[in-house]
Write a protein that binds this ligand. Structure first.
Ligand SMILES: C[S@@+](CC[C@H](N)C(=O)[O-])C[C@H]1O[C@@H](n2cnc3c(N)ncnc32)[C@H](O)[C@@H]1O
Length: 490
């Protein structure tokens, strides 16, 4: 049986509606920190702070016996907490057995702008400790926001193994060689060189052939880079490259793994409006962001400006990722960008994307081919820059992209081509995203139904018997008919 519409079954951001915690790594070395309460929690927190080199003060009338082993490494104040103990401290932990005292400590810290954590009372925590995997200088901190501490520990153990399995060694190697090569590379070249090294390939090499082999590979790449930038052909050699990456139809998980990998290496990102925000977070924080969707870029900047921008960025040495909705070659003007790069002598690579033309019907249970109903399909554009209307190809399923401004003419084209007016159609807005909505109709009245539903761009219309099949076999699809706008999302 066909999978029904799945909007609710694939949560985009989990169920926690609160904004995320901001993860940071604090340098506490020689910074004053206060722990109030010296029981089982107090000793654990104290050890963590001392490990990070903090100047630790512990206030409590009684001390857990394990504090004996820490004598001399912290300031021990053997009395109940007094207001003022927190003065000058960067962080405070309130771990006494008296909730009123803990609340009072929190209140004073809040007044004085000191970050406080009352153990096991999430509303009274300005910060939360993470489960930390640490090998050498590499650390991974995991938080489930108190939702599943045992799973945070599981993740910590997994990361510990992963860091130990070559990653931390590779980090040390990078750090050492970066220092060594610093004087031999100009700032911009150095940045680009280290960012664009094939890190996952180097990690594999290190695990397979050892650190020495990996080091000699990095050295040969660095020496080649220096030779390039020193040579007379330096300006050409410093050119970057452009990668056209398809971002998928809207759901952030519908990008390819290769696409994500390249995003992680981008030094400049030129992206469309239809690209999911989550993917913009996949680039390194140092990556330049250039939004070129119509709203972000202004009407007067067209394809030629975008071509000029990617060429300019690549000429400046960037690894430019040109991220487009769906697939770059399905009404994506990727070919024009390739021509522009070609003319400027800039290498271009393509990472295919999941086109909305195929993914959105599938997401809503519409099989664009189906034995006995449809052996062929076509994707056409309803919008033609020269004002002409799409010709309807001789196929059994048609996906009309950008239909909004020409739907009435397109509909007549179907009827002129001999299509039955009762042929089922589905209009789908923003498929695979939280805003998705749709109408289920027939060719004779799809334009009126669509006007009533008031669906906006991005929107597509799927025409063919397979849409009727979906209405029967993917139960939620039928709800488009009765619910109109919002039906898909309902
Ligand atoms: C310029 S085309 C780009 C298509 C894109 N390159 C692709 O492969 O999916 C933009 C049109 O694709 C369709 N489209 C893109 N994403 C969509 C979505 N999530 N739901 C419905 N239609 C979508 C709409 O017709 C929109 O106007």
């Amino acid at each position: 049986m066909c999978r029904p519409l799945r909007t609710k079954l694939v949560p985009m951001n989990g169920t926690d509606e609160r904004p995320p915690l901001h993860p940071i790594f604090l340098d506490l070395s020689d910074r004053p920190v206060l722990v109030v309460g010296a029981g089982a929690v107090g000793i654990r927190k104290s050890r963590e702070f001392l490990e990070c080199g903090a100047r630790l003060k512990v206030v409590s009338p009684e001390f857990h016996p394990e504090f004996a082993a820490l004598e001399g490494s912290f300031q021990k104040i053997e009395r109940p907490w007094l207001p003022g103990d927190e003065s000058g401290c960067r962080l405070v932990v309130a771990a006494t057995s008296d909730p009123d005292v803990n609340r009072a400590i929190y209140a004073i810290c809040s007044q004085r702008g000191i970050l406080c954590n009352v153990t096991d009372v999430p509303p009274l925590c300005d910060w939360q400790a993470a489960a930390v995997a640490r090998v050498g200088r590499s650390q991974v901190a995991v938080s489930t926001r108190g939702g599943a501490p045992s799973l945070a520990s599981l993740a910590r153990r997994e990361f510990q193994d992963w860091l130990s399995d070559g990653f931390s060694e590779l980090v040390d190697l990078f750090a050492r060689l970066r220092e060594e090569y610093k004087p031999r590379m100009a700032n911009a070249d150095r940045e680009r060189f280290w960012k664009t090294l094939p890190a996952s390939d180097l990690l594999e090499l290190l695990k397979r052939d050892g650190a020495a082999a990996c080091e000699s590979r990095i050295r040969s790449l660095a020496d080649a880079e220096i030779a390039k930038t020193d040579s007379v052909a330096a300006p050409a050699a410093r050119k970057g490259r452009v990668v056209l990456v398809g971002a998928g139809p809207g759901h952030p998980d519908l990008v390819t793994r290769l696409g994500l990998k390249i995003l992680g290496r981008a030094t400049a990102l030129v992206h469309d409006r239809l690209v999911p925000d989550e993917l913009l977070k996949a680039v390194p924080t140092s990556c330049e962001l250039h939004p070129v969707g119509k709203t972000g870029f202004g009407k007067s900047h067209g394809q030629e400006d975008i071509n000029a921008l990617i060429v300019e960025l690549a000429n400046a040495g960037h690894l430019v990722v040109r991220l487009k909705g769906g697939d770059s070659f399905v009404f994506g003007r990727g070919g024009e960008e390739i021509e522009a790069c070609e003319a400027a002598g800039i290498p271009v690579e393509i990472v295919p994307g999941v086109s909305a033309s195929l993914a959105v019907p599938a997401w809503h249970g519409i099989p664009i081919t189906h034995r006995g109903l449809s052996r062929s399909f076509a994707v056409v554009s309803g919008f033609h820059a020269d004002g002409t209307v799409a010709r309807i190809p001789d196929v059994e399923t048609v996906i009309v992209m950008m239909p909004l401004h020409s739907l009435e003419s397109v509909r007549l084209r179907f009827l002129e081509a001999g299509w039955d007016p009762s042929t089922p159609c589905a209009a789908i807005h923003a498929g695979t995203t939280p805003d998705e909505a749709g109408v289920f109709s027939t060719l004779d009245k799809i334009d009126q139904d669509l006007a009533r539903a008031g669906l906006a761009s991005p929107m597509m219309v799927v025409v063919g018997k397979v849409v009727g099949w979906a209405a029967q076999h993917a139960p939620d699809a039928a709800r488009l008919h009765t619910l109109g706008r919002g039906g898909l999302a309902g």
